[in-house]
Design a protein around this ligand. Structure first.
Ligand code: 5AD
Ligand code: SF4
Length: 479
């Protein structure tokens, strides 16, 4: 792995310029190869994991299209890249499984380029395994040098040997490289990278590095550009958005940023992810309440309801503090939708600890919850803790939790039946073109009669029928 010192001798602007030069160079290689083959070259980007990775993949697609590749329908393509996740062990296993298939595709198309990037590649043991046992992989890079993708593609097209370029860290944020959005009307926007929290189960701080915030002016400029390009909803992305701006030369709080983003004309909705409960300030609650574009939805990971386990997880809040925070938020914003993440089977979790989690779930009544089985990540403090929980005990707890979460979630969906709520018209329905598909502030989907010209506007829609995970509705009047 490379260290920092040798790498950051260019400024962010110079780096972007350099990468555009590499794009030109790669474009010539791709055009020559396409001519030789008598057909356009194709690519496939396969994304694992979270919203951050989804956004990173849009950057990969932006560069691949700029240099002349066209998107393939599946992995039978000339350039296949996996943007990997490593938050849980099964994410790694999926990648190794898929690589087996890819090696067969490559036998039929020896010019095929196979690339791997993302969080999993930041783990030295993974890179070693690929170096030894997956020689057919052409390119491996990590999370810190993704902005060098054009340069790496060039190197790859010039060489037959396996290229591995993984950095330990970076302090650089390179702006203004090409991005190809998956959705025309909505977009993720990175506001910060990395995490400083070191929750004891979590590998993210090791693979994404320390917290770095983007300058507010760069964020605002990006969003203004997106709005001009037809985007009406943004999701501000960071591992812990509540600590946004602390390391900037002129520190800014997340609440202040939210108020600035809220002023952007033409933007209709603002979402954000993820909020750590320990850093959720009164200032942020005020800002959420005041800013009309900020959706009435908060994702507030609980992880465990047991104060004892929360301490072992290094979460810096206990059960009572979490519940008090929820009360405070609900008092300020009564209709807010709350969602969460919960881990079952953390080392040392007893039946009593688990009951505490169930108790919080019942009391908070989450609109939805992501439930995870604890996964031991080598290198994290929790991996060496005693008293890892047997699989069958975890499975039983997980099933009980899932049932509770699902029952509450479907009850909460039912409660909205008959209500009239603001809905952003997003797309013409895939199956019935007389319907428009839109989203509520809580992210649920509703289908309602409408026409294409409604897309991008917010309507008051009456939710006539709850169909479990979605609604059928009708426009009440224009908001
Ligand atoms: N095992 C299980 N779940 C985990 N998460 C993070 N690390 C682990 C782990 N080792 C979950 C947390 C986090 C979400 C993104 O993934 O709940 O909020
Ligand atoms: Fe992982 Fe905790 Fe950072 Fe979230 S806040 S990315 S769970 S270490």
């Amino acid at each position: 792995m490379r260290g920092l010192e040798t790498l950051n001798h260019t400024t962010s602007e110079e780096e972007a310029k350099l990468q555009y030069e590499y794009m030109e160079k790669a474009k010539a290689y791709v055009a020559a190869k396409a001519k030789e083959k008598g057909r356009p070259l194709t690519f496939c980007v396969n994304t694992f994991g979270c919203q951050m990775n989804a956004r990173d993949s849009e950057k990969l697609v932006g560069i691949l299209e700029t240099i002349g590749y066209t998107e393939a329908e599946d992995e039978h393509a000339d350039f296949v890249i996996y943007n990997t996740c490593t938050v849980r062990e099964n994410a790694n296993n999926k990648v190794y499984g898929r690589l087996g298939y890819l090696s067969n595709y490559k036998k039929k198309n020896p010019d095929m380029v196979i690339a791997l990037c993302g969080c999993m590649m930041q783990e030295p043991t993974v890179v070693e395994k690929i170096r030894k046992s997956y020689r057919f992989v052409n390119l491996v890079f990590g999370t810190h040098n993704i902005y060098k993708f054009a340069e790496l593609v060039c190197r790859c097209l010039e060489s037959d040997s396996q290229i591995i370029d993984v950095w330990k860290d970076t302090d650089k944020i390179v702006e203004d490289l090409p991005v190809k959005r998956k959705f025309s009307f909505k977009s993720g926007v990175n506001i910060m990278f990395g995490c400083n929290n070191f929750c004891s189960y979590c590998i993210v701080p090791y693979v994404r590095g320390r917290e770095r915030s983007r300058e507010p002016k760069d964020i605002i400029r990006e969003i203004e550009g997106l709005v001009q390009d037809g985007v009406c909803e943004v999701m501000l992305l960071g591992q812990n958005v509540n600590s946004y701006g602390k390391n900037l030369e002129n520190p800014v709080t997340f609440a202040q940023l939210l108020r600035e983003v809220n002023k952007i004309e033409g933007l209709k909705r603002i979402r954000f992810m993820t909020s750590h409960p320990k850093d959720l300030s009164d200032e942020l609650i005020e800002a959420m309440k005041d800013c009309d574009k900020v959706c009435g939805h908060l994702h507030l990971p609980l992880q465990s309801g047991s104060s004892r386990i929360l301490k072992k997880m290094n979460r810096h809040y206990d059960k009572e503090q979490y519940l008090t925070l929820v009360d405070k938020i609900r008092k300020a914003i009564p209709d807010i939708a709350l969602t969460t993440d919960i881990i079952v089977g953390f080392p040392g979790e007893t039946e009593e600890d688990f009951e505490e989690t169930m108790d919080v779930v019942k009391r908070v009544q989450y609109d939805s919850a992501f439930t995870f089985i604890y996964s031991k990540r080598t290198g994290t403090p929790a991996a060496t803790m005693e008293d890892q929980i047997p699989e069958e005990v975890i499975k039983d707890r997980f099933d009980r939790l899932l049932k509770e979460v699902q029952d509450i979630s479907s009850h909460k969906s039912q409660l909205l039946e008959g209500k009239t709520v603001p809905v952003l018209a997003e797309e013409v329905n895939e199956h019935d073109s007389s319907l428009i598909t839109g989203r509520l502030e809580n992210n649920s989907v509703v289908h309602f009669p409408g026409t294409e010209d409604m897309i991008g506007n917010i309507y008051q829609v009456t939710l006539e029928e709850c169909k479990g995970f979605y609604y059928l509705g009708k426009v009440a009047d224009h908001a």
